[in-house]
Design a protein around this ligand. Structure first.
Ligand SMILES: [Zn+2]
Length: 169
């Protein structure tokens, strides 16, 4: 899909000025260490999940105000700059422990505060502070028009229709 590829290319071009990284679109945000690849998504986990994430960035970490989409990709870029094989192990062990015991808000809060996640978010916040104007301009001039084009593209309309139909079954 052209509209999706354009967004991936923009994100890649933006971050490649700082560190080489591949960018793709997926069902969720992630950073793949082996592929050195960030994934962005136009689907959100939940409104409550986004709310907790935004609150964490702005109120707990003191990130200057941007938006959930930008915090998400900055966080993945934070993984790009901080993630190691050892931390990946830590992530897997931690997930096994907390996913059994917790759910909802508690699970997400513990997830965001685990060392491997926290270090990526802290990197993202420092990056946002250092390059705030540049990020804000990039969003307004490049990303926002591309995101708007995506929501209006026929492929996207068809995809959303499929998703909505899936939900009513
Ligand atoms: Zn993460």
């Amino acid at each position: 899909m052209e509209a999706i590829d354009n967004i991936s290319r923009s994100i890649s071009e933006f971050f490649n000025a700082y560190a080489p990284v591949n960018v793709t679109c997926a069902l969720d945000y992630y950073y793949d260490l082996d592929k050195n690849e960030i994934a962005w998504s136009f689907l959100t986990s939940s409104d409550r999940g986004d709310e907790l994430f935004v609150n964490f960035f702005e109120n707990e970490l003191g990130c200057p105000t941007l938006n959930c989409f930008l915090y998400s990709i900055l966080h993945e870029f934070g993984h790009r700059m901080t993630l190691t094989e050892d931390m990946l192990q830590e992530h897997q062990v931690f997930m096994k422990q907390i996913a059994d015991e917790e759910s909802g808000d508690e699970l997400q809060l513990k997830y965001m505060r685990m060392p491997v996640e926290l270090v990526a978010s802290q990197y993202a916040v420092e990056f946002a502070k250092a390059h705030y104007d540049e990020i804000a301009d990039w969003y307004d001039d490049v990303l926002l028009p591309q995101l708007q084009a995506l929501t209006q593209s026929p492929d996207m309309q068809a995809m959303m229709q499929l998703l909505l139909e899936g939900e009513t079954e």
